[in-house]
Every structure is written in structure tokens, then in C-alpha cells.
Design a protein around this ligand. Structure first.
Ligand code: G3H
Ligand code: 13P
Ligand code: NA
Ligand code: ZN
Length: 328
């Protein structure tokens, strides 16, 4: 059945585990996420980004998730809108059947300018009011995701334009988080702790000064009843990079968020862990390998099959590491 995000995250909090929230753009990704969940009886969060809506269109995304509901009727599934840029976008998603939305008021509606605190409070509050009246959950975001190595905001997230930022701008402030939640009543809060979107997060395996897990503890202590969300949580496995390079890809050295650090975050209030890039890397590695080893093949089913199996493997590993097994 379709469930609200709040239901799943409350259960995760009560039982001390975390949930991966995987981005979906196509049937193969929906299949991989649900096959993995089905194998170990895990609850499912599938989320559609603005990029996904641009690529597939809202009807194809929605119906693919609805197809999953039909194919796996026993699994609790959240249909979540990722990074909604305005109240209007969130309202449209809610009207079309999404059970959860993210109002990302960390940026203004142009998707480029870092928003004022007051703007973020106002738009998040507006969406919460509408969503809660019909049982839909809301994730908000406070702080600028970005790199504590380069002191730059997350380009993929829109915060690229402002130049160099301070450490304090790149870390969510616990006191401000407490005020924000009090004013908006959001169900879940995405926080900035040094992660950023995409494959190029860190130039070396991150240590505590560039991935601020301690900040999670401080925020959780202030808002223990708000579920924390970690964006940019792909781990960028070195073996997937190696596979991509081995079969003709060109990716420079890069590191993601180690799974053990995410697990540490889950011990301190992180309940939703956003993952997109790892699935992209897994599918690309498998497809590159398949083409290299089978140059005569041309049926998309032939190469999408190993791609979706590779995606499933990553999903299964994350469900297991975050403690989702048997929670559905
Ligand atoms: O929010 C970031 C996700 O990785 C989605 O990225 O907009 O390219 O689909 P996208
Ligand atoms: P990654 O790019 O690390 O997979 O993050 C995805 C994300 O945060 C989607 O909102
Ligand atoms: Na943001
Ligand atoms: Zn994100």
C-alpha cells in the first residue's frame, strides 16, 4: 500500500533504523529498488526529482510507482517528491497523488539564489499546512549543502553561484533548526553536514572535519522528534568507479559518504538517506561491461538486465546496512 513518509519514519525512529530513499527515473530503477526490498521485506521510499520530471514526465513517474504498488501489494511504499522548488510544485505533486513532498526552501524559486531564512520558513510552513490537512508528509531543508573541502555550495543543488562560503553557512545551525521546526512543523528536516549531490563529493576519504557527523548529534539533541534527512548520501563505491574505468569510462578520483558514517548518523536521528548517484554508477558500470564483453548485442533488454541487477545489489546492501530487513 501507499503510505505517508511520517508513518515509515516514525516506525524507523521507534525501532532505531534508517531508510534509504532512492531516486527513480525509469522502470529499471523502480524494479531494482522494489525487487531488493521484496527480497528482505523492507519498506520503500521512491522519490522523483525535478530532473526526473523533466526526463520522464510526471505521468510516467507516477504510474511506474503505481505499477510497483500493484506488483508488490504487501510492501509499504512512499511516493515522494524530491526537492520541490516552490509551494505550487509541491501542491501539484500532492494533487496528483504523492504521499510526501520535499519543499526545498533553501533556494529561492529560481533554483539559484540561496534563500533567506524568513523565505524558507514561510514557504515550508505554507506547504505543511496544506499537506497535513490531507495526511501528506513534508520534508524541508535548512542550510546550504556543500563541500567543506572547497567551501563552495552544491552546484547540482543550485548553490553554486555564491562563491566561497563559511563553515557555519555550510553546516545547519542547531538553534536555528529548533526554531525552524517550531515555526514550520515539518515532519522531516534535511540538514547540511558537508555532503553534496553527485559523484564528486570529496577528494579523499572524508574525516570528521569535512563530514560533520557530530553536527547531526547536536541537531538531534535539539529536535529529537524531527526526522533528520541526509541528502547527497551516495557512497561512490571505489569498485564501481574501477569497473566504469576498466570498460572505457573516464571518471576522476572521488569519494562519497562511507556507509559506516551513515550508519553512525542513523544512531543519532537520521531516518531518511537520499541515494541517487550510487544507482547511476552501478547501472553504468554494468552497461559498460556488457557492451565491452558483448559488442554484437543491441537489444536494450540484454544490457538493461545486468544494469538493473547491479542497481538491485546496491539497494539490497543499503537496506541491509541501514537496518531495514523485515521492517515492512
Ligand atoms: O537531487 C538530486 C538528485 O540526485 C536528482 O538529480 O535532478 O539530476 O535527477 P537530478
Ligand atoms: P547522491 O547524489 O549522493 O546520490 O544524493 C541524492 C540526493 O540527495 C537526492 O535528493
Ligand atoms: Na538545497
Ligand atoms: Zn537531495
Amino acid at each position: 500500500p501507499i503510505v505517508s513518509m511520517r508513518q515509515l519514519l516514525d516506525h524507523a525512529a521507534e525501532n532505531g533504523y534508517g531508510l534509504p530513499a532512492f531516486n527513480v527515473n525509469n522502470m529499471e530503477q523502480v524494479w531494482a529498488i522494489c525487487e531488493a526490498a521484496n527480497e528482505i521485506n523492507a519498506p520503500v521510499i521512491m522519490q522523483a526529482s525535478a530532473g526526473a520530471r523533466k526526463y520522464a514526465g510526471e505521468p510516467f513517474l507516477r504510474h511506474q510507482i503505481l505499477a510497483a504498488l500493484e506488483a508488490y501489494p504487501h510492501l509499504p511504499i512512499v511516493m515522494h517528491q524530491d526537492h520541490g522548488q516552490s509551494p505550487a510544485i509541491c501542491m501539484a505533486a500532492i494533487k496528483s497523488g504523492f504521499s510526501s513532498v520535499m519543499m526545498d526552501g533553501s533556494l529561492e524559486a529560481d533554483g539559484k539564489t540561496t534563500a533567506s531564512y524568513e523565505y524558507n520558513v514561510a514557504v515550508s510552513k505554507e506547504v505543511v499546512k496544506f499537506a497535513h490537512s490531507i495526511g501528506v508528509s513534508v520534508e524541508a531543508e535548512l542550510g546550504v549543502l556543500g563541500s567543506l573541502e572547497t567551501m563552495k555550495g552544491d552546484k547540482e543543488d543550485g548553490h553554486g553561484a555564491e562563491g566561497t562560503m563559511t563553515r557555519e553557512q555550510l553546516l545547519t545551525d542547531p538553534d536555528q533548526a529548533a526554531d525552524f521546526v517550531k515555526q514550520t512543523n515539518c515532519d522531516a528536516l534535511a540538514i547540511a553536514i558537508g555532503t553534496s549531490h553527485g559523484a564528486y563529493k570529496f577528494t579523499k576519504k572524508p574525516t570528521g572535519d569535512i563530514l560533520a557527523i557530530d553536527r547531526i548529534k547536536e541537531i538531534h539533541a535539539r529536535i529529537p522528534n524531527t526526522h533528520l534527512v541526509m541528502h547527497g548520501s551516495s557512497s561512490v563505491p571505489q569498485e564501481l568507479l574501477a569497473e566504469i574505468r576498466q570498460f572505457g569510462g573516464d571518471m576522476k578520483e572521488t569519494y562519497g559518504v562511507p556507509v559506516e558514517e551513515i550508519v553512525n548518523g542513523i544512531k543519532h536521528g537520521v531516518r531518511k538517506v537520499n541515494i541517487d548517484t550510487d544507482i547511476r554508477l552501478a547501472m553504468t558500470g554494468a552497461i559498460r561491461r556488457y557492451f565491452a564483453e558483448n559488442p554484437g548485442k543491441f537489444d536494450p533488454r540484454d544490457y538493461l538486465k545486468p544494469a538493473r541487477e547491479a542497481a538491485k545489489k546496491i539497494c539490497l546492501a543499503r537496506y541491509q546496512a541501514f537496518g531495514c530487513e523485515g521492517r515492512a
